[in-house]
Ligand binder design. Structure first.
Ligand code: FES
Ligand SMILES: [Fe+2]
Length: 449
């Protein structure tokens, strides 16, 4: 353990108007090790979408903290989540990202498991002279103690002592509904996945998704291109921008353009008003969605929404629609797995529009992601400086933050813990406080050590 004790990493004194983080929370190896044990391996984390394994015997693999995990659909259609590790000697059973297999044969000594994780064969068992006790032991893959689905979103926990997933998601589940309800068939990941790493802490990605403050500073080239395109809007083949009716980055904008919501257990939303426009691929369903859900909920589906479900799921519906899974590798290294998420059954034209907007903004090859990851890496290098260790983000917006929802959350019948209504320049940073209060709760066993 380092000089600073864990309990001194967050200086949270609401009555004094103080909330600050010690830089060590981002680069201390002891903190990272405890985060793996207490946050990623100590409670609910996002695993994937049920649509990633649509048919019998389909599977996909992921990672929960340091633990490899396989989600598999059995022959009867039921999904299960297992530690992707052979009970014989620990080898990973599945080595691919996804596939279809009635049986999984361990590559090391050929123990065999079905798609429900049951051991089906032990090579040369009769000749193995096993003691009697061996037959009384389960040789199945270890199932995750908790595995749950909410509207096609799959979550798992490596510990048994967790609240039901509905309670964990709480009011933020209504924001997952906004994604799931865009099609009667639900959502899917568009084929094609991008994985990349950046040399900085995972919590920088956690924060950045909710960070409205950086947009005009870190993405000037993107904004210049948007402005250029608007001037030349008649050009055929130009990617329509969903921001075109928004005041999101406009310096002169006044009045409410969006805001933030904070929820229990560390979930947050940063949002902005886009308007129901044919610049969004969802426009083809605008009338149908209004008829089904009413105008308020339909309009919310068209708002810019950057949602974080703590600790590892982000759904960014801004320039296009992206699902991100955050995987910490080391204090200064993080892997991002990203997909385009889309309503099932949208027209080919809408899907094409979504993909072109996606390529434009997202991915290491897009016009935004590299700006962000470079900034994370800049921060990580800067964290080495601990002469004054306290970071001064986290209180911007403090006097605008309300301990309840507002008219916009009421449109969804949603009751967040806190809310901020903002013009284009307020750019609330208090919503990160929810991350760190949830972080502290999960790390609680470590406090006072
Ligand atoms: S490690 Fe799997 S069969 Fe030996
Ligand atoms: Fe960004």
């Amino acid at each position: 353990m380092t000089d600073w004790r864990l309990c001194n990493l967050i200086d949270d004194r609401p009555a004094d108007g103080v909330f600050r983080l010690h830089r060590a929370i981002f680069d201390d190896p002891a903190v990272f090790t405890l985060e793996m044990a207490r946050i990623f391996e100590g409670g609910w984390v996002f695993l994937g979408l049920s649509s990633q394994a649509p048919d019998a015997h389909d599977f996909f693999t992921t990672q929960v903290g340091r633990v490899p995990v396989m989600v598999s659909r059995d022959g009867e259609g039921a999904l299960g989540a297992f530690v992707n590790s052979c009970p014989h000697k620990g080898a990973r059973i599945a080595q691919t990202w996804s596939g279809n297999a009635r049986v999984h044969v361990c590559p090391y000594h050929s123990w065999t498991f079905d798609s429900a994780g049951r051991n089906k064969a032990i090579k040369w068992k009769k000749a193995g002279c096993y003691p009697q006790e061996f037959d009384g032991t389960s040789h199945d893959l270890a199932a995750l103690p908790h595995f749950a689905e909410y509207r096609g979103f799959l979550f798992g926990s490596l510990v048994a002592d967790v609240m039901p997933i509905e309670d964990y998601l709480g009011e933020a589940s209504k924001l997952l509904d906004l994604v799931a309800d865009q099609s009667e068939e639900g959502v899917e990941l568009v084929p094609g996945r991008v994985t990349f790493t950046y040399d900085a802490n995972w919590k920088l990605q956690l924060e950045n998704c909710a960070d409205a403050y950086h947009f005009t500073s870190a993405h000037p080239s993107y904004i210049r291109i948007l402005e250029e395109r608007q001037r030349e809007a008649s050009d055929a083949g130009v990617v329509r921008s969903v921001w075109e009716n928004s005041d999101y980055w406009k310096e002169e904008a006044e009045g409410i353009g969006g805001g933030s919501f904070s929820f229990a257990n560390g979930h947050v939303l940063n949002w902005g008003i886009f308007g129901v426009s044919d610049a969004l691929p969802l426009y083809e369903r605008a009338e149908a969605l209004k008829a089904k859900f009413g105008e308020d909920k339909r309009n919310w589906m068209f708002n810019m929404r950057n949602l974080t479900i703590f600790p590892n799921l982000q759904i960014a519906e801004n320039a296009s629609s992206q699902l991100r899974v955050i995987r910490p590798i080391a204090p200064g290294k993080t892997e991002m797995r990203t997909w385009c998420i889309a309503p099932k059954g949208e027209s080919a034209r809408a899907r094409q529009q979504r993909l072109r907007q996606y390529e434009d903004f997202f991915n290491p090859t897009g016009m935004a992601t590299p700006d962000d990851t470079v900034s994370y890496e800049n921060c990580q290098r800067g964290f080495a400086g601990k002469v004054d260790p306290w970071l001064q983000s986290y209180v911007r917006g403090a006097t605008a933050s309300r301990p309840s929802g507002n008219a916009f959350s009421e449109m969804l019948g949603m009751a967040p813990e806190r809310s901020v209504l903002a013009d284009s320049q307020l750019c609330d940073e208090t919503l990160y406080q929810s991350y760190y209060r949830a972080w502290a709760q999960r790390m609680a066993g470590a406090f006072g050590e």
